[in-house]
Design a protein around this ligand. Structure first.
Ligand SMILES: *[C@@H]1O[C@H](CO)[C@@H](O)[C@H](O)[C@H]1NC(C)=O
Ligand SMILES: *[C@@H]1O[C@H](CO)[C@@H](O)[C@H](O)[C@H]1NC(C)=O
Ligand SMILES: *[C@@H]1O[C@H](CO)[C@@H](O)[C@H](O)[C@H]1NC(C)=O
Ligand SMILES: *[C@@H]1O[C@H](CO)[C@@H](O)[C@H](O)[C@H]1NC(C)=O
Ligand SMILES: *[C@@H]1O[C@H](CO)[C@@H](O)[C@H](O)[C@H]1NC(C)=O
Length: 236
């Protein structure tokens, strides 16, 4: 009996040891790291998802009084690359009193300088007629070297070009055909908005570019982005 007891005790101890080893193996710094990382990514994705938590993709009129809204956005529609259409939408917003109108990323496609001049002239007409600032965007394939740039040009109410920027941080693979511009944040002083600055979409992930905004005391940063996609084409 005594012997039997001894054996029993031994086997319990052994299996307990064995269990401890298993527990130690599962809960170690590496697995804890991955569990925390997983939690952060899931939570981050949830916060980022506009399906559950609407953020910038809400129509501004749903939370701001129409009389207070002085900015307007023109949003690219997948099935439409007609420059005239977007210039027309821009005029509609200007007529309604927008003081700053911004296009989402790379709306127009500019093949040559004739097309560019037409776009610039159309924007200039609207800026001057309605005394408004317009940030317009285009894939610029007009340069003679055959390169394509992802551009943001901002025009003042006087018809002067304040910012003429080519996206400098390109999305890998997606923008393989695009050439990056210099990584210098463009700013300019305006009488209505203070110092304005602009960069495009993915650029905002890069502190070495965006931190130039604080060095230049920028008051108003604009960000045309492809992630604006929504069911309405433009808001005011
Ligand atoms: C511009 O939009 C107006 C409606 O706001 C429309 O009547 C007109 O035909 C449009 N013009 C062009 C060139 O698309
Ligand atoms: C620019 O050229 C491409 C191909 O060369 C063509 O598919 C596109 O329709 C042109 N865009 C404009 C606005 O002329
Ligand atoms: C700009 O305005 C001028 C004169 O008002 C007009 O002749 C021209 O057609 C306009 N250009 C565009 C692209 O709307
Ligand atoms: C600022 O805008 C003016 C036009 O108002 C332009 O002549 C000047 O080149 C711009 N400055 C920069 C740094 O782009
Ligand atoms: C312009 O204002 C009118 C009247 O408030 C509104 O019905 C119309 O939708 C507005 N147009 C745009 C493009 O915001």
């Amino acid at each position: 009996m005594i012997l039997g007891h001894d054996i029993d005790d031994n086997s319990t101890q052994t299996s307990q040891k064995f269990r401890n080893i298993k527990v130690i193996k599962l809960i170690n710094p590496v697995t804890i790291y991955f569990i925390v990382l997983f939690g952060v990514i899931v939570y981050g994705s949830f916060r980022y998802s506009t399906t559950y938590i609407p953020f910038y993709q809400r129509n501004i009129e749903s939370y701001a009084a129409h009389s207070l809204v002085k900015v307007g956005c023109v949003i690219g529609a997948n099935n439409n690359d007609e420059t005239k259409y977007y210039v027309n939408r821009t005029e509609e917003l200007a007529r309604n009193g927008s003081k700053f109108i911004l296009w989402s990323e790379a709306i127009a496609y500019i093949n040559d300088t004739t097309q560019y001049n037409e776009l610039e002239q159309g924007i200039k007409n609207i800026s001057q007629m309605y005394n408004t600032y317009i940030g317009f965007t285009y894939s610029d394939a007009s340069s003679s070297n055959g390169k394509i740039y992802n551009k943001l040009t901002v025009m003042s109410p006087n018809g002067d070009i304040l910012i003429n920027y080519a996206k400098s941080n390109l999305v890998p693979f997606v923008e393989n055909k695009v050439t990056a511009g210099p990584e210098i944040l463009q700013t300019n002083i305006t009488s209505d908005f203070g110092t304005i600055g602009g960069a495009i979409c993915f650029d905002y992930n890069f502190p070495r570019l965006i931190s130039q905004a604080s060095k230049n005391n920028v008051d108003f940063m604009i960000q045309p982005s492809d992630t604006w996609v929504s069911s309405y084409r433009y808001v005011n």
